[in-house]
Design a protein around this ligand. Structure first.
Ligand SMILES: Cc1cc2nc3c(=O)[nH]c(=O)nc-3n(C[C@H](O)[C@H](O)[C@H](O)COP(=O)(O)OP(=O)(O)OC[C@H]3O[C@@H](n4cnc5c(N)ncnc54)[C@H](O)[C@@H]3O)c2cc1C
Length: 418
């Protein structure tokens, strides 16, 4: 039994590992020169650790990825960094019930109303039933119009841009219900966990082929699957759904047509601290970035050549001008805002700039998406689907990528027994 896994992000890696651990013959194909997909990272020559292209951490209740880390003997670090928001020209801490109660940007009634609404959401054990409402309709009713207008409406618009009004309320529920105050990270960076997983796959007899963009997957009359030029008994497609639809040459039920946003980060190495928090949401109107993540306020700068590293992050629609801008132009556009964040900031603090962009970084789930949710097992024997648009209602993340990878492997193993 020989299985092809297409895509070397966490979904593909987890699936491949779970299969080789049960003695299945696996070949994993990855288009890029390194594994990791959206959670992959870089390591500069003077850095001891890798750093993700896009800011990453895990929650302490992310059981599946913690399980993977244990399996491949990657060290998990638990940290307690501060989350802040930038509002009314100030960085304020807004990451606990107490900090919300103290927050002077809302009236006392507004704070209480918002606190109660969020507490109710946190107590709901399964918020899937909320998917029939749009966030823009239900959230102001639940937490009060004031808190919605001052905080959440801006976050929603910043994150989902033109699609903000379509997002369903179960997405918002997951953001509140799943969050933990402590956050996890992996020693050496997420890339270290990726590498250790890849090494274990190979050690157990799996094959990993990098820099191989799969162009076509078709079903042969013999029942085998032809992946470009190689025959397999089964195929797991973990690439983004729109890519999968181009590659897969079989008649499929229509895949739900949802919108996606690009991810973009401008990663800066700077020689002074910019913000107080590790993570700072921008709640001002019309800023050119939605979040500042000063990674070295969570992880020691000694791993990154003693420089501070921060990201200026955005989710952008395909037609956004920013996606076409050079890093020099982006910095020129961002500089006045960095001075607003910290009036001491000077351009000479910046030691290096890098820009990272990837498509299909954030799916947008409309109301009642569960009714269209594709299944892992398809109508074709040996063809399995596992991509980010199938992680629902929880927002996509490495934990759910690992879970889905494990779930596909279980399905394949159970099908093999029949
Ligand atoms: C800005 C940002 C911040 C995030 N923050 C967090 C966070 O803090 N914590 C967290 O847990 N998650 C976070 N995530 C989400 C997390 O990165 C993803 O959920 C997870 O990495 C998805 O893994 P995947 O394997 O499903 O998909 P991907 O990582 O997209 O993997 C798919 C792989 O398929 C490959 N591929 C595509 N086409 C082909 C082809 N034709 N042939 C061969 N290979 C192909 C791609 O190169 C890629 O490696 C974040 C994502 C972004 C964008």
């Amino acid at each position: 039994m020989k299985i092809a896994v297409i895509g070397g992000g966490f979904t593909g890696l987890a699936c491949a590992l779970a299969l080789v651990e049960k003695g299945v013959d696996v070949v994993l194909y990855e288009e890029a020169s390194t594994l990791g997909g959206l959670a992959g990272g870089v390591r500069k020559n003077n850095w001891k650790w890798s750093l993700e292209y896009f800011y990453h951490h895990i929650f302490t209740n992310d059981r599946e990825i913690l399980g993977l880390a244990k399996d491949v003997e990657a060290e998990t670090l638990i940290k307690n960094p501060v989350t802040t928001s930038f509002l009314n020209k100030k960085e304020v801490q807004l990451d606990s019930p107490l900090s919300v109660l103290k927050f002077s940007g809302l009236s006392v009634f507004g704070r209480l109303r918002m606190g109660v609404g969020l507490a109710i959401l946190k107590l709901i054990p399964n918020g899937l039933f909320l998917e029939k409402y749009r966030v823009v309709d239900l959230l102001p009713r639940l937490i009060g119009k004031e808190g919605y207008r001052v905080i959440w409406e801006k976050l929603l618009k910043a994150k989902f841009g033109p699609f903000a009004s379509t997002v369903n309320m179960s997405w918002f529920w997951t953001r509140v219900a799943k969050r933990t105050k402590n956050l996890g990270y992996f020693e050496g960076g997420f890339q270290k966990l990726v590498e250790k997983t890849g090494e274990k796959i190979i050690k157990l007899g799996g094959e990993i082929i990098l820099e191989r963009k799969i162009k076509r997957v078709e079903k042969k009359e013999s029942g085998k699957w032809l992946v470009d030029d190689t025959d397999f008994d089964g195929v797991v497609m973990t690439v983004p759904a729109p890519v999968m639809e181009k590659i897969l040459d079989v008649e499929m039920d229509p895949f739900p047509k949802i919108s996606y946003l690009w991810g973009q980060t401008v990663m800066l190495e700077i020689n002074q601290r910019l913000i107080n928090g590790y993570w700072m949401n921008v709640l001002e109107k019309n800023w050119p970035f939605l979040v500042v993540v000063e990674h070295t306020n969570m992880i020691d700068k000694k791993y990154y050549g003693n420089n501070r590293v921060l990201y200026l992050g955005n989710y952008l629609p395909e037609d956004s001008k920013q996606l076409k801008m050079s890093k020099e132009d982006l910095i020129t556009m961002y500089l006045p805002y960095l001075r607003k964040v910290n009036r001491l900031f000077r351009k000479k603090w910046i030691k290096s700039v890098a820009v990272f962009r990837k498509p299909f970084a954030q799916p947008v789930f409309p109301v009642n998406y569960s009714k269209e949710l594709p299944k892992i097992k398809t109508k074709y024997k040996g063809l399995y689907l596992a991509n980010m648009s199938m992680v629902y209602p929880f927002d996509r993340g490495t934990n759910y990528a690992v879970k889905m990878g494990n779930d596909v492997a279980k399905q394949i193993l159970s099908d093999l027994k029949q």
